[in-house]
Design a protein around this ligand. Structure first.
Ligand code: SF4
Length: 394
């Protein structure tokens, strides 16, 4: 930290998603904590809107609907989802680093919400009931079983935390509570065969914080609820808190970059911080996979640009050394920037940027590269190993 500015540093806390990021690549985790521009994403926004709307449905006052009254839930569900959708859209559009908002995903969001409602019905033993037929009495019954909705879970020492989607009472056929169910709504891809390691760890961390804070808790089980096909996946395994505290220790704020884990599952997968990391680039250059995929990341110079139609000539660069200093190769590459990709380039140029740029996920097949709405266009600014980084005061 620079120590400048008046705000008090927040105490260090570790969430399951930060822990997962650290496990994937400590450098990725470290970069995510340096106040660098965050990237908005459609899948994340859709997920947040669906989550929030289901939580709203579980909490909203339905006293106006009689016990036998049906037909209201689909309308209310859609109304609540729409409000959350608009909220998400606003914050997405206010994020400078963003792809294109896809309004056509609205129908998908509605489907996910319906999937979540189906799983809540199953929790009270009701299958294949059209949401049109959900009555006031039935929804009140479900609402009563929700012990906590979107609650913050934190260990008493404040070091480990997580956002709990749903804590539901498990009841027997007579309606007596027999345990607690931690349910985490997932709008992502349904697991193949078993939960992914990181999801399993996340769910167990919720379970174990809950148990640590409630020594007299009834039996607790924990499940990922996948809204796309309404499937429920249980997490099993040892208590994770000891490992989580170790990770907390290892992730304490430090101006010195943490070590990278370089490779296919980290750099080749989902990393939002490549514009600030020299390692993926050296790795690709060394194993000769630079610009070889249909969608590739690249560091380039902009030689020529027609701002009216987005056509450009790029010069490809290669890493000069481990720090990621760029050297031009003399290889020229025609390209076209369009939609959000073009806007991002125009914004970067308007900020006065000169020198190498990082382009993320460029479509490289065809004579001309295409930098479209899904691409990152950022200044190339790799933070080298072994050099402390102090962020600029805002
Ligand atoms: S590019 Fe690779 S090494 Fe660098 S932060 Fe991302 S995952 Fe880690």
């Amino acid at each position: 930290m620079s120590g400048q500015g008046s705000s008090q540093p927040r105490p260090h806390m570790l969430s399951p998603s930060a822990w997962n990021r650290y496990e994937t690549c400590p450098r990725m985790y470290w970069l995510s904590r340096q106040g660098l521009p965050r990237k908005a994403g459609m899948a994340a926004s859709l997920g947040t809107a669906v989550h929030a709307s289901v939580e709203d449905l579980l909490q909203f006052d339905i006293s106006a609907f009689g016990d036998d009254e049906a037909g209201w839930l689909p309308l209310e569900g859609e109304r609540l989802l729409k409000a959350r959708w608009e909220e998400e859209k606003k914050s997405f559009m206010e994020t400078p680093r963003r792809p294109q908002w896809k309004e056509e995903k609205w129908k998908e969001a509605l489907r996910h919400q319906r999937g979540a409602i189906r799983m809540l019905l199953e929790h009270v033993g009701i299958r294949a009931l059209d949401s049109e037929r959900i009555t006031g009495a039935l929804w009140r019954r479900i609402q009563k079983l929700a012990i906590a909705v979107e609650g913050e879970l934190k260990t008493v020492d404040g070091r480990l935390m997580g956002r709990l989607d749903l804590l539901m009472a498990d009841v027997d056929e007579n309606g007596a509570m027999v345990g607690w169910l931690v349910a985490d709504l997932k709008t992502g891809r349904v697991p193949q065969g078993e939960l992914k390691t990181e999801v399993n760890r996340q769910l167990r961390m919720y379970r174990d914080i809950l148990l640590a804070n409630n020594p007299n808790a009834p039996p607790v089980r924990t499940q990922g609820w996948y809204t796309s096909d309404s499937s429920k996946w249980s997490a099993h395994g040892e208590n994770v808190l000891e490992d989580a505290y170790e990770a907390w220790q290892a992730t304490k704020p430090s101006p010195m970059p943490l070590d990278p884990i370089i490779g296919d599952t980290s750099c080749g997968g989902f990393c939002d911080w490549k514009a600030w990391c020299p390692h993926w680039w050296n790795w690709r250059a060394q194993n000769k996979t630079l610009h070889k995929d249909d969608f590739s990341d690249a560091v380039v110079l902009l030689l020529d640009y027609n701002a009216s139609n987005g056509s450009a000539t790029l010069e490809l660069c290669e890493p000069a050394d481990a720090s990621g200093r760029a050297i031009p190769t003399g290889i020229q590459q025609p390209a076209r920037f369009d939609a959000r990709g073009k806007e991002a380039l125009d914004e970067l140029l308007a900020s006065g940027h000169q020198g190498p740029m990082y382009l993320g996920s460029v479509m490289t097949h065809g004579r001309s590269w295409r930098i479209g709405h899904w691409c990152d266009v950022l200044a190339w600014n790799p933070l080298p190993d072994g050099v402390e980084f102090h962020r600029e005061p805002r």
